[in-house]
Ligand binder design. Structure first.
Ligand SMILES: [Zn+2]
Length: 366
């Protein structure tokens, strides 16, 4: 149920180039254009992606013409596509590897999309499959693309991005090799074992292009690092910031997630019971037709407190730095402070002192 709630939200995401300094004069790049501002539906979320393009600020710099893009933004979806690249790969995988029919794929994706509050048509599946086939052909076409080669000459080479995506938790990874500077996909291939030698074979089509490789961006996988180091020993290799940060944050995120789950388990049922009880009392008092105004107000307040505590227990985290446990703790502390104030200020009134004890007790667990 929580999953559904989170997926319904559109996440806004601003993506900037991974390369931060001009490759020619090493000045800090400046934002010059919004390459795209669009909605992308991936297998797990709906994202509004703002893709920012950067340029060297120095008028006289020979590298001034290069528009720097975000490899991560290009990896999310193909140009002009609302459905993410992961869905394109999923469709291709289901059709070619698992031999599912278009109707079966449509059924399975439609069910999946219910969580995201999205739909997909049979026609769109066919279209995505065509895109998948085009991706697999990309490597053979790029070698004959003279206009692209001219662009590369002007950029003095390519910045290679290596991106491995696992369509499902199996041992198959689909690798996409892309030039970050032009956004062009150079090669795509399925790999079942990510050994150094297999990755070197995967990178062979890029070597065959015979264009200078200025830099490489990849995730932190050791065999990737080794393969790149052997093929292009002197080329700077940067670990994708997104992957590096996600990896660095993983331990804390997991620890926080555990704390959040423990807190939720300990408090949720009791809070729910209290809330239910107060609601029942409130109804009873309201129905008794006697003068109970003060009591009614008290129960309303208590119920509201319980609802706020329940709300705090349902806070969700977001990788890598949205810690739900911490946020929950903060929210509950605020409620506790408020209850303490209530306790001090309301000492003269009946019930107020006794009743808030219940959630306050709970809050002390934190
Ligand atoms: Zn420059």
């Amino acid at each position: 149920m929580n999953k559904k709630k989170r997926y319904n939200q559109v996440i806004k995401c601003i993506l900037r180039p991974e390369v931060t300094d001009c490759l020619e004069c090493h000045r800090r790049l400046q934002r010059c254009v919004t390459i795209s501002d669009r909605m992308i539906i991936t297998l797990t979320q709906v994202i509004r992606v703002v893709h920012c393009g950067y340029r060297c600020p120095q008028e006289s710099c020979p590298g001034r013409k290069v528009l720097y893009r975000s490899a991560e933004a290009d990896a999310l979806a193909l140009p002009g596509f609302t459905f993410g690249l992961d869905i394109v790969l999923e469709v291709g995988h289901l059709h070619l590897r698992e031999h599912k029919t278009v109707d079966e794929i449509h059924h399975s994706l439609s069910q999946h999309f219910v969580l995201l509050d999205q739909t997909i048509s049979r026609r769109e599946i066919l279209f995505l499959f065509e895109a998948y086939a085009a991706l697999l052909r990309a490597g053979t076409e790029v070698i004959h693309d003279e206009a692209w080669k001219e662009q590369v000459r002007r950029n003095k080479g390519i910045v290679l991005s290596i991106d491995g995506i696992q369509p499902d938790k199996g041992n198959e990874t689909i690798y996409l090799l892309r030039d970050v500077l032009t956004g062009r996909i150079l090669h795509a291939d399925n790999v079942t074992e990510s050994t150094k030698d297999r990755l070197k074979a995967l990178l062979a089509p890029v070597v065959a292009l015979e264009v200078p490789v200025i830099g490489v961006i990849s995730d932190a996988q050791p065999t990737e690092l080794q393969a790149v180091a052997e093929l292009w020993p002197d080329v700077p290799h940067q670990i994708c910031q997104f992957h590096a940060i996600r990896e660095a944050g993983r331990l804390i995120y997991n620890a926080d997630h555990q704390v959040k789950t423990d807190m939720r388990i300990r408090m949720q049922e009791r809070t729910h019971t209290y809330r239910h009880e107060w609601h029942r009392h409130l109804r009873k008092v309201e129905e008794s037709k006697e003068e109970h105004e003060q009591e009614i107000t008290q129960f309303q307040i208590l119920e509201e407190y319980a609802a706020t505590v329940e709300g705090a227990l349902n806070i969700d985290g977001l990788k890598p730095f949205g810690y739900a446990g911490l946020e929950m703790q903060e929210a509950l502390s605020k409620i506790q402070t408020s209850l303490e104030k209530l306790e001090k200020g309301g000492s003269g009134q009946p019930n107020v002192q006794e009743a808030p004890d219940a959630p306050q007790d709970d809050c002390e667990l934190t």
